[in-house]
Design a protein around this ligand. Structure first.
Ligand code: HEC
Length: 117
């Protein structure tokens, strides 16, 4: 990867640009090396985002959340003891193993600032 604009970025912008590039680089390193995105990530990413920063309003960020907590939450949606229509529908669309792969992925992501309020 090359960043041709780095050489002519005005000084005040440089710091932000470098931070942004560092974040982008770490995300791409993650998806290509450390771990590949799980097969059914798209089902969940529609609301929770590819890397666990929610893209839908009133949806929790899952990046970096601890895995036992995520597993317990998903089990509760499956069992119906935590009864929220969006999540009831989502968990009915994939196997427990596929869902677990998504949770492992989200737990391994670095939390980012949410893009919405
Ligand atoms: C239609 C939007 C939508 C989709 C698709 C979706 N979710 Fe959710 N998810 C939500 C909302 C909204 C909540 C908060 C529900 C609540 O209040 O309990 C939530 C909550 C969760 C939580 C609990 C988070 C917490 O902090 O307690 C987990 C874990 C989760 N989702 C995982 C998934 C997984 C895995 C998928 C893919 C199978 C998925 N979600 C798909 C909207 C969605």
């Amino acid at each position: 990867m090359s960043f041709p604009f780095r050489s002519f970025t005005p000084r005040p912008l440089r710091r932000a640009a470098v931070l942004g590039l560092a974040a982008a680089a770490s995300v791409s390193a993650f998806s290509t090396n450390a771990q590949t995105a799980p097969a059914r990530l798209g089902l969940c990413a529609a609301c929770h985002g590819q890397t666990g920063t929610a893209t839908a309003p009133q949806t929790p960020n899952l990046a970096g959340q601890n895995l036992p907590y995520l597993r317990a939450a998903l089990a509760a949606y499956r069992a119906g003891t935590r009864d929220v229509p969006a999540m009831r529908a989502a968990v009915s669309m994939l196997s427990a193993a596929d869902a677990d792969a998504v949770l492992v992925w989200y737990a391994a992501q670095t939390p980012q600032q949410a893009p919405h309020e």
